[in-house]
Design a protein around this ligand. Structure first.
Ligand SMILES: O=C(O)[C@H](O)[C@@H](O)[C@H](O)[C@H](O)COP(=O)(O)O
Length: 299
């Protein structure tokens, strides 16, 4: 399947088969002009999305291993993880250099590692147990400490890896520069554990923080801050399902440039030097607002 370059006549709500909109190739009315830093890919089914996502991740992994000798990737929870399942199948199970992967979490819930709410468990069961990533390259968050201590330990571990450049560093702000951060957006527009209007969205110095008042259970969580997310070389946001269409429309449309960004964390994901790619299914992209300038009523 070769990607289709979007034209102005194209509409996210009328996708057939697969449609990929390259913001840099030709501006789409209503999309914020972020130059080459952003791309929106829309798929008719989650299966097609998962196939392309696996290919995209494998290419990023190959490039990073070639350039830096390793691939640092931070994951989050949600259906994103099951969509990464294609990476455990042929050809990727044999072609990806798994021993060069270093795995982190963009957010984690403060629960035991075998708890059903644990992002680590979700990832281990659906992904890590099926590929040959080295255990010593998996940086999970300590669930035996308080969230405050666990956040501190996790940031410390990342700082050690930045020191030896296993994790790259942003020249702009000394933040870690992960090769890829994979995010799954919630219907309220939250990404990682950064929720609408939460003070954690304003943190500038911290790399990792904790919250004790998540509006979605469990309440205690650890999360990357926006400076870290936005310093990544590559960011992927996956959103599927109709219940996310409004948030997707608001996050992508430039009509809302002056709106209160804190009410929609996904809108605050703006890579400083890297690239952001949205992977959407046609339901999540179903509001014409995404491509027609945000004029729909749902806004
Ligand atoms: O507790 C959370 O923070 C959520 O579960 C979150 O991690 C999840 O990614 C989104 O809500 C989307 O979830 P789906 O991909 O399952 O729709």
């Amino acid at each position: 399947m070769s990607p289709k370059i979007s034209t102005e006549e194209d509409s996210f709500s009328s996708v057939s088969n697969r449609e990929i909109c390259y913001a840099e190739a030709r501006p789409i009315p209503g999309m914020a002009d972020l130059g080459e830093s952003r791309e929106v890919r829309v798929f008719e089914s989650t299966d097609e999305l998962a196939i392309d996502l696996a290919e995209y991740i494998s290419l990023l992994s190959e490039d990073s291993v070639k350039e830096r000798g390793c691939f640092t990737v931070a994951l989050s929870g949600g259906s994103l993880i099951s969509m990464m399942g294609k990476l455990c199948e042929a050809p990727y199970n044999k072609t990806v250099d798994w021993t060069k992967w270093y795995v982190f979490w963009a957010d984690e819930r403060a629960v035991a590692k075998n708890h059903v709410d644990s992002n680590f468990k979700l990832t281990r069961d659906a992904f890590l147990s099926r590929v040959s990533i080295l255990n010593s390259h998996v940086f999970s968050i300590n669930h035996n400490a308080t969230v405050e201590d666990a956040a501190g330990e996790y940031e410390f571990a990342i700082r050690q890896l930045v020191k030896v450049r296993t994790v790259g560093v942003s020249e702009r702000n000394d933040c870690p520069k992960f090769d890829l951060i994979l995010l799954d957006m919630g219907p309220d527009g939250h990404v990682a554990s950064l929720f609408p209007n939460h003070p954690a969205l304003k943190l500038k110095e911290e790399w990792v923080t904790y919250i004790a008042d998540s509006p979605i259970p469990p309440p205690e969580r650890i999360t990357f801050t926006l400076p870290v997310i936005n310093s990544a070389s590559n960011i992927v946001i996956v959103a599927t399902g109709e219940e996310k269409a409004t948030a997707v429309g608001l996050a992508i449309s430039h009509e809302n440039e002056n709106s209160n960004a804190f009410s929609l964390p996904a809108r605050m994901v703006r890579p400083t030097d890297g690239k952001l790619v949205w992977f959407l299914d046609s339901s999540a992209a179903s509001l014409g607002d995404v491509s027609n300038g945000g004029s729909g009523e749902a806004m």
